[in-house]
Design a protein around this ligand. Structure first.
Ligand code: NZQ
Ligand code: ZN
Length: 390
């Protein structure tokens, strides 16, 4: 196991009756807030009223930035930066899923200096300060409520890119599983797939000596297999929503990656799908992951994929670990189909002619000659994986 630092400073308020503490928590940082939210679901389901009641009762002045779309765009970040600078806001409160929180993060790090937010995403600007931010989470998926990452789409260049900074980590997250009762089955399935993908990106590495992290990862995956279908068939099942919500944070906050050599590969491949056709992130991941695993299956990797088959899907050991690994991959693919995710890229309108450019962009956007993950993936490999998922 390699050396690592684990430091999660985000304060978590988990459960049904925590929102009354929101005002006091915000006032630790300031009295002027930029409230960031999406396309209106929080108004329909009453979370907007609950949050603004807290702000009003605590005499917190607030300005609103609404209309953040899934696969959030740079134009909204720029609008938010303008507003935050003009009103000199002291705190940013994101109420929503990953798209809203990711937008709030880039506004937070861009507003206090004269920088172009896209240059921060490109790593051309050093981040030295930020407006503090917090979140009220409404969808279990990305882990953005507790991590320092953000993913933004530049609608002009057609790029969807991730960036990270410790300055972007939320100071707190209010996580009430009841707020996710209204997430429809499609986004519940996509969110479950996203949590699983984060876990698997961290899980699949070779000879890492990280026995503990790997068993934790298997626990997160089993949680998703168990509770994903329950949350879909019984959306107001508190236990299912709570387990998915908590698993989502821990899949990506460093617990299961600490001490391991991991380079994520399915995510950069997926970001090209969402950039091209605005496909839902978790759905893209679910389509690509089984194909990526099949592509990686060889005599060196088989034991790790077989571990996954035995420990996550309870597949019985046979005499061939290659066969067992393959059965694990099939089980994963069937699970995604079972929770309602379509299995091919063509069903989203992708054609063979789209794939070459996407593979090229995928490598270009990583700024490396290949993705050094579970196995090294060059442009040609990525193209092959896209083709097999078509
Ligand atoms: O816009 P509204 O009206 O709020 O509707 C949203 C949106 O349409 C809806 N929704 C959210 N909470 C709801 C709800 N509908 C009913 N009831 C609720 N309680 O769900 C839709 C999807 O929301 P979105 O925020 O886009 O979903 P998600 O949380 O999956 O975020 C996806 C984005 O996060 C990025 C993805 O690439 C994608 O852009 N990621 C961020 C990461 C991070 N920061 O660490 C890591 C991830 O790997 C991922 O890349
Ligand atoms: Zn993800």
């Amino acid at each position: 196991m390699r050396d690592f630092i684990f430091n999660i400073s985000t304060r978590i308020f988990f459960g049904k009756n925590q929102i009354i503490k929101l005002g006091d928590e915000i006032k630790k940082y300031g009295n002027k807030v930029l409230l960031v939210y999406g396309g209106g679901s929080i108004k329909k389901i009453g979370i907007y009223d609950k949050v603004t009641k807290q702000l009003k009762e605590n005499n917190i002045e607030y300005y609103e930035l609404s209309g953040i779309v899934p696969n959030p765009r740079l134009d909204k970040v720029k609008e938010g930066v303008k507003l935050a600078r003009k009103e000199k806001v002291e705190f940013i409160l994101a109420v929503g899923g990953g798209s809203v929180i990711d937008t709030a993060k880039l506004i937070a790090v861009s507003s206090l200096s004269d920088v172009d937010p896209w240059n921060i995403v490109l790593g051309k600007e050093k981040i030295q300060k930020a407006i503090p931010l917090g979140s009220v989470l409404t969808l279990s998926a990305t882990g953005s409520e507790m991590d320092n990452d953000s993913v933004i789409t530049n609608e002009e260049t057609g790029q969807k890119l991730g960036w990270a900074s410790e300055y972007a980590r939320p100071k707190f997250a209010f996580m009430n599983p009841e707020y996710t009762y209204t997430v429809n089955s499609y986004h519940t399935a996509a969110g479950t797939a996203d949590i699983m993908s984060h876990t698997m990106e961290n899980y699949f590495s070779l000879n890492d000596g990280a026995f503990f992290q790997n068993r934790e990862a298997e626990g997160i995956l089993k949680t998703c297999l168990h509770y994903g279908p329950i949350a879909i068939s019984d959306p107001e099942n508190y236990e299912a929503r709570a387990n998915l919500m908590w698993a989502g944070s821990w899949a990506i906050n460093g617990l299961v990656s600490g001490g391991k050599d991991v380079e994520w590969s399915v995510h950069p491949m997926e970001h090209e799908l969402s950039a091209q056709k605005n496909i839902t992130h978790g759905v893209g991941l679910a389509i690509l992951t089984p194909h990526r695993l099949k592509y990686c299956l060889n005599k060196d990797t088989a034991h790790k994929i077989a571990d996954f088959a035995y420990n996550v899907f309870d597949i019985e050991k046979s005499k061939s670990i290659i066969l067992d690994a393959d059965r694990g991959i099939e089980a994963l693919k069937n699970f995604f189909i079972q929770i309602g995710i379509r299995e091919s890229l063509s069903s989203f309108g992708f054609q063979v002619s789209d794939l070459e450019k996407m593979a090229e962009n995928c490598i270009k956007n990583t700024n490396k000659e290949c993705i050094r993950g579970f196995i090294d993936l060059y442009e040609e490999d990525i193209l092959n994986i896209y083709k097999s998922a078509l």
